[in-house]
Design a protein around this ligand. Structure first.
Ligand code: OAD
Length: 268
């Protein structure tokens, strides 16, 4: 019997009895896929300054003035995103959806791993790195994660300098108007995507799984608050911290890649 068996069984029984269970996921769900979180020790914000890379103007300025610092990190991220595969936590969520229990996943992650594990009803509030958005006509198109990364890496390797102009010269072209696109992700200061759908799902939910998030980035940190306000039970899985202690019904201090499959095993 595992240390958190009681909590796992309780979470399974709450989910089995639910009528509209949803999940709200953060970077921790992809940690076991090898993608570093933002705020854990050694995370992204330990290595990079959000002011220098988290806003469009900051990123452009850093690219122009300090590309020698940015380039190794950028190439490292490409490798990490290329190697990543969905982990058992992602697959357990997709299975819960197939069983008809989980109605949707709201995610802050941009890595495409929820889709790749088979989750269909997904609300990506911070966008998706592997969907391109045209800067001119706003058309969006998706790209294959691994081949896109290979193309970007080949493009970078062929550059003789790394500044804003050379970076833009290798940007993916719009399928519709051939102009420059950028990954359709939300930078700091930009509008969060699909917010009405996310709040509607939170309000309608009777159970919310809160998974792998530090709960410090808004508006995503309001989703559990809204769900609780409208009567939902909160099941929170995070091995290091519970950011919503006052409103959690079941807290499981485990990795989502271990806890979610264990919960699934107890659901008929
Ligand atoms: P954070 O990096 O802030 O938090 C990750 C959380 O995951 C922490 O609470 C960890 O304890 C937890 N964690 C680590 N490993 C885990 C595991 N194996 N299983 C479960 N939990 C684990 O990431 P988010 O809360 O998602 O925004 O951060 C939200 C936003 O901050 C990101 O979407 C990004 C960033 O700034 C934008 O880029 C707009």
């Amino acid at each position: 019997m595992g240390r958190w068996d009681k909590e796992i069984k309780e979470a399974a029984s709450i989910l089995a009895e639910s009528t509209f269970a949803i999940a709200s996921s953060g970077a921790g769900v992809s940690a076991e896929s090898g993608i570093p979180t933002f705020r854990d020790p050694g995370g992204v914000w330990d290595k990079l300054d959000p002011a220098e890379v988290g806003t469009t103007s900051g990123l452009m300025n850093t690219l122009q003035t300090k590309s020698h610092i940015l380039l190794p990190f950028f190439l490292d991220f490409l490798d990490i995103f290329e190697r990543a595969e969905p982990n058992p936590g992602h697959y357990a969520l997709a299975s819960l959806e197939k069983k008809g229990i989980l109605k949707c996943v709201i995610t802050q992650n941009v890595d495409n791993l929820h889709q790749e594990s088979g989750t269909m009803n997904l609300i990506e509030v911070h966008g998706n790195f592997f969907r391109m958005s045209c800067l001119s006509c706003r058309n969006k198109h998706t790209v294959n994660r691994k081949s896109f990364i290979r193309e970007v890496r080949n493009g970078i390797n062929a550059l003789d300098k790394f500044d804003v102009d050379s970076f833009l010269s290798i940007a993916e072209s719009c399928e519709q108007c051939s102009r420059i696109t950028r990954p359709d992700v939300v930078m700091f200061g930009e509008s969060v995507q699909e917010l009405p759908a996310a709040f509607q799902a939170a309000e309608k939910s009777d159970v919310m799984l809160v998974l792998g998030t530090s709960g410090v980035v808004y508006p995503a940190a309001y989703f559990p608050v809204k769900a609780k306000e409208t009567g939902a039970k909160i099941i929170l899985i995070n091995p290091n911290e519970n950011p919503f202690p006052g409103m959690t019904d079941v807290y499981i201090p485990m990795k989502t890649g271990e806890a979610m499959p264990a919960i699934l095993e107890h659901i008929p």
